[in-house]
Design a binder for this molecule. Structure first.
Ligand code: S3P
Length: 174
């Protein structure tokens, strides 16, 4: 069965929603950021600091290639996965792409005290908001399914995803 691929901006809840879906659907999760950290033996923040974004994007595509080869899993991606059309092509081949959509304010609320996202610049919210606005159309273009997540519980978002996936006949609920 096809993979369920979660995309969305930083703070859209990809990781927590992946965990909830995994619990309900009994599917394994692959998180591309975690693969990168494991392979590089470094945290994302350090990778950006030491080698820069270009290098990160390269190893991100390697992780996407690995994840895209799997079947019947949930793939949680990094917020920038949509930058490269190649990544989306790989993920779509064997997966349904679910865009977790939220406002910038929701991402800000979730991330304002976190320090592990080099591109969510708390000290330069103007730039971060610009990045958010620039990404919107990329997520929309890549998505098979769009789920709005503002002010919704994890359970509700996961339920809405499962309902919408019904027409793709890829998740049999027990
Ligand atoms: C990024 C999002 C991050 C991580 C990296 C770059 C981005 O993942 O991949 O910091 O460009 O939006 P999350 O969306 O899980 O925070």
């Amino acid at each position: 069965m096809k993979n369920i691929v979660l995309i969305g901006f930083m703070g859209s809840g990809k990781t927590v929603i992946a965990k909830q879906l995994s619990k309900i659907l009994k599917r394994k999760i692959i998180d591309t950021d975690k693969i990168i950290e494991k392979r590089q033996k470094k945290k994302i923040k350090e990778i950006f600091k030491l080698y820069g974004e270009k290098f990160f994007r390269k190893v991100e595509t390697d992780a996407v290639k690995y994840a895209g080869k799997q079947k019947n899993i949930i793939i949680a991606t990094g917020g920038g996965v949509v930058i490269k059309p190649q990544n989306i092509k790989i993920l779509k081949k064997n997966g349904i792409i679910v865009y977790l959509k939220n406002t910038f304010e929701t991402s800000y609320k979730r991330l304002k005290n976190k320090k592990d996202r080099p591109l969510f610049k708390i000290n330069n919210l103007k730039e971060t908001r610009l990045l958010f606005n620039k990404r919107l159309k990329l997520y929309k273009r890549a998505a098979d399914i769009i789920i709005k997540t503002d002010n919704k519980s994890i359970e509700r978002v996961a339920d809405e995803i499962i309902k919408k996936l019904d027409k793709y006949k890829i998740c049999k609920q027990k």
